[in-house]
Design a protein around this ligand. Structure first.
Ligand code: 6R9
Length: 678
C-alpha cells in the first residue's frame, strides 16, 4: 500500500514543556495529545542499584558505536576472536567478521560451570495449572540430547527446521538444539493455520518439522498435529523428511502418526546420545528465519545471523530490563514472534536469567490469571503488549486487587504505541506507582530493542519510547531524508547499521533492498515504515505505521493520537481509528471503539466522545463516525489491523484476512457498519 502522505510530510502537532497547550500557528485548532508534561524519573534507589546509571554512556556510544558494541560482544564466549567489528557495504552489514562462536554454548554451557548451574533457567506454567522448572543444568542436558536426536535424523549445519509448538519448554529446547548444531530454525506461531505453516515450510525449504499433539488455550486443545498433517498432506511440502511430535495435550495412542515420517520426541530422546558438541559457527552464519507478514504480499523471511544478533540481544536484555541474577523475568510473548526469540529465549538465557514461560490465555480460568502467576512466582520484571494492557483496563482493577504484586520492580511494553492512559493505568495498577516502565520500540527486522528508556537513567513520559539505545542512530526525517527539527514529525529511520539487524530477506535480497533501503535513494537510510515525532528533549513518539496516517482537509493526522484521545475518556478501553474517503475533506476520521465493562453504548456517549477528541486535539480531528464494537480486528500478535477497517468504512470487499486472530470480528463489524449507515 502506498502511504498517503503529502510531500513535505509532517505531523501537524505541537507540544509545550510549560504545560499549556498551544496550537501551532500554521494549523489552527490542532493541539497534540502529545502535549505530555508528566515526567517520571527513576527513584534514587533504582538508579543506585541499576545495571547502568551513568548518562555518559549515550555520548560515549555515539562517539564510537563500534567500540561500544565490541565491548558488549566481548561479554560473550568466542571460540575465536573477530578481525573486524563491522563491515558496511550498504545495504549489507557484517558484524564481528571472522569471529567464531556457538549461540547455545553462550546460553547454556557457560552458565553450568558456575553456581548458576542449579539456578532456574525456565519456570514453566501450563494453562491447566501444571508447572515445571528446568535449571540451567537441566536445560543444557535436554538441549544436548535433542541436538543429538536432530543429528540422528540427518539434520546438519545450514539445514532449515520448522518449529510449530505451543509455549512449552520444548519450544526453547528445540531452538537451542538447532543453534547447537548450526541448523537454521524457523518458528511458526502455533495459532497459525496449516496453510500458513505450509507456505513458511516451503519458502524456507525445511527438512524437518517439530510440532506437538496440541497445546492448551482457554481450556481447549489447539490441535497442532492435525494442522501440521493438513499442511503436509498430498506431499505439499516435499522438502520435509521427518516430523517430531511432542506429547503435550493428550493420550499419545490417539494421535495418528505417519510411519517412517513421524516420531515422538520422548522416544527419540531415549536413543539419543547424551552429549552433542556445539558446532563452531561463524559470527555471520544464519541463526534463524522468522516470517513477518507486513500489510501486503507474501510473508517476508527475515534472516538473522549469530554474533551480532546475540550481542545486541544480551546488551538490551541487561540494560533495558536491568536484569539481575535474582530476578524472575516474565515476557508474555509467544516464541512465534520476534519478542519470544530475543526476550524469552536468546537475550535472557545469554544473560543467565530466570525466565517464566506461560502456555495459555490471560483470562483462563479467570481474568486474574496473569496476576495470580506474578504472585505465585514472585515475578519481578514483567514485559507485555499494549493490547494486553488495554484488555486488563477493560476488565477492571478488581482482578489485580486480589493479588500481591509487590514483587514487581520493572515493567515493559512492546508491539504497538502505548496510549498515554494505558501507560498510566499500567503504572498505577500494575506497577503500584513504583516501577519504571520501559516502552521498547523495535521490529522483527531490527532483532532487538532500538528505542527504549534505560530505566536507571531516563525519566519517562507516558506514551514515549524516549531515546535510542546507546549505539543506535535513529532519526526522524522528511520525504527527502533530511532530519526534521525538534517538535516535527516524519519518517522513522536508522542511519547506521546495528549488530542485530536483519541481513536480508530469505532468498529475496531484491525485496530486502527495495523494502527497507530504497525510500530515500542513495542516502543509505533504513526505513522502518513507522511515523514518529521527536520532542524538544529528543524523545521519540511513535505514531504508528505510515500507511495508517490520515489526511483530513490537508492535515496529516496520526491514527495513534486520535486513538489515544479516545482512550483518555474514562468510558473507553480501546479504539481503532482510520481515515475514510470524504468528498470534501479528502478523508474523514472514523473510530471503532470498545467501551469498558459495564458502560452502555449510547448515541449520547458517541457524541460525547466526538467532543472529547475535538477538545483534546482540535476540531479537525473530530471523528465523523463512532462505531461501538466489543472487539477490534487484530493480527495474531495483537496489533490493530486498520487496513480492514478502511475496507469496511469504504464499503469495499475485505482484503486479505488470513493474518487476523479472529476473522469473525471483522465480518461482524462490516455488517454492523453497513446497517448503522442505512
Ligand atoms: C517487536 C515487534 C514491528 C512494528 C513496528 C511498530 C510496532 C513495536 C512498538 C511499536 C510503537 C512500540 N511497534 N513496538 N510501535 N511503540 N514500543 O513488535 O516486532 O512484530 O515486527 O512489529 O510494531 O509499528 O514497526 P514486529
Amino acid at each position: 500500500m502506498t502511504p498517503r502522505l503529502r510531500p513535505g510530510y509532517t505531523f501537524r502537532m505541537t507540544t509545550t514543556t510549560s504545560g499549556t497547550p498551544t496550537p501551532p500557528a500554521e494549523s489552527p485548532g490542532i493541539v497534540s495529545s502529545l502535549n505530555e508534561t508528566r515526567l517520571f524519573p527513576p527513584s534514587a534507589a533504582f538508579t543506585t542499584a541499576a545495571n547502568v546509571s551513568d548518562p555518559g554512556v549515550y555520548e560515549r556510544a555515539a562517539a564510537d558505536p563500534q567500540a561500544f558494541w565490541a565491548e558488549w560482544a566481548g561479554k560473550l564466549d568466542w571460540i575465536s576472536p573477530w578481525r573486524t567489528v563491522c563491515e558496511w557495504t550498504p545495504p549489507h552489514a557484517k558484524w564481528f567478521v571472522g569471529g567464531k562462536l556457538n549461540i547455545s554454548a553462550n546460553c547454556l554451557d557457560r552458565h553450568i560451570t558456575s553456581a548458576r548451574r542449579n539456578k532456574a533457567a525456565i519456570i514453566f506454567e501450563g494453562e491447566p495449572g501444571d508447572s515445571r522448572v528446568l535449571t540451567y543444568q537441566d536445560l543444557w542436558r535436554e538441549v544436548n540430547q535433542f541436538a543429538g536426536a536432530l543429528k540422528g535424523l540427518g539434520i546438519r549445519k545450514g539445514d532449515r527446521v520448522t518449529i510449530y509448538l505451543p509455549m512449552i519448554p520444548e519450544a526453547a529446547i528445540a531452538m537451542l538444539a538447532c543453534a547447537r548444531i548450526g541448523a537454521i530454525h524457523t518458528v511458526v506461531f502455533g495459532g497459525f493455520s496449516g496453510d500458513s505453516l505450509r507456505e513458511r515450510i516451503n519458502d524456507s525449504g525445511s527438512r524437518l518439522l517439530i510440532t506437538a499433539d496440541g497445546g492448551w488455550r482457554r481450556g481447549n486443545v489447539v490441535p497442532l498435529k492435525q494442522a501440521a498433517d493438513e499442511a503436509l498432506a498430498n506431499n505439499s511440502c516435499p522438502t520435509i523428511e521427518n516430523v517430531v511430535v511432542v506429547n503435550r495435550a493428550g493420550d499419545p495412542r490417539h494421535v495418528p502418526m505417519t510411519e517412517d515420517r513421524d516420531h515422538w520426541w520422548h522416544r527419540l530422546l531415549e536413543h539419543a546420545p547424551r552429549l552433542t558438541a556445539p558446532e563452531v559457527m561463524d559470527a555471520e552464519d544464519p541463526l534463524y528465519i522468522l516470517y513477518t507478514s507486513g500489510s501486503t504480499g507474501k510473508p517476508k523471511g527475515i534472516l538473522h545471523t549469530s554474533g551480532g544478533y546475540l550481542t545486541q540481544a544480551l546488551a538490551t536484555t541487561q540494560w533495558t530490563f536491568d536484569l539481575k541474577d535474582e530476578d524472575v523475568y516474565w515476557c508474555t510473548a509467544d516464541v512465534g514472534w520476534v519478542t519470544g526469540h530475543s526476550y524469552v529465549v536468546y537475550g535472557p538465557l545469554a544473560a543467565g536469567a530466570t525466565v517464566l514461560m506461560y502456555e495459555g490465555a490471560p483470562d483462563w480460568p479467570q481474568r486474574d490469571r496473569f496476576w495470580q502467576i506474578i504472585e505465585k512466582y514472585g515475578v519481578s520484571v514483567f514485559y507485555t503488549a499494549p493490547t494486553a494492557i488495554r484488555a486488563f483496563m477493560k476488565w477492571g482493577t478488581e482482578h489485580l486487587e486480589k493479588h500481591d504484586l509487590s514483587s514487581l520492580r520493572l515493567l515493559g511494553s512492546v508491539g504497538e504505541p502505548i496510549n498515554p492512559e494505558a501507560w498510566m493505568w499500567y503504572h498505577r495498577h500494575v506497577g503500584g506507582e513504583n516501577c519504571p516502565i520501559v516502552d521498547t520500540w523495535w521490529q522483527t527486522e531490527t532483532g532487538s530493542h532500538m528505542i527504549t528508556p534505560l530505566p536507571g537513567i531516563v525519566a519517562t513520559k507516558p506514551g514515549s519510547a524516549t531515546r535510542p539505545f546507546p549505539g543506535i542512530a535513529a532519526d526522524v526525517v522528511d520525504e527527502a531524508g533530511e532530519s526534521v527539527p525538534p517538535g516535527g514529525g516524519g519518517f522513522l529511520v536508522l542511519r547506521k547499521p546495528w549488530p542485530g539487524m536483519l541481513r536480508t530477506i530469505w532468498q529475496d535480497d531484491d525485496r530486502y533492498q527495495k523494502t527497507y533501503w530504497s525510500k530515500f535513494g542513495d542516502k543509505n537510510l533504513y526505513f522502518a515504515g513507522d511515523g514518529a515525532r521527536r520532542d524538544e528533549n529528543g524523545y521519540f513518539w511513535l505514531l504508528g505505521r505510515v500507511d495508517d496516517v490520515m489526511l483530513v482537509a490537508g492535515h496529516n493526522i496520526s491514527t495513534m493520537e486520535v486513538e489515544s484521545a479516545l482512550v483518555d475518556h474514562p468510558s473507553v478501553a480501546e479504539a481503532a481509528v482510520i481515515g475514510r474517503t470524504h468528498e470534501i475533506k479528502g478523508q474523514a476520521v472514523a473510530a471503532f471503539v470498545t467501551v469498558k465493562e459495564g458502560i452502555r453504548q449510547t448515541s449520547e456517549l458517541a457524541g460525547e466522545l466526538k467532543d472529547h477528541v475535538a477538545k483534546k486535539l482540535g476540531v479537525i480531528c473530530r471523528p465523523d463516525d463512532i462505531l461501538f464494537s466489543a472487539e477490534l480486528p487484530k493480527t495474531r500478535s495483537g496489533k490493530i489491523m486498520r487496513r480492514l477497517l478502511r475496507d469496511i468504512a469504504e464499503g469495499r470487499a475485505l482484503g486479505d484476512t488470513t493474518t487476523l486472530a479472529d476473522p469473525s470480528v471483522v465480518a461482524g463489524l462490516k455488517e454492523k457498519y453497513e446497517s448503522s449507515e442505512g
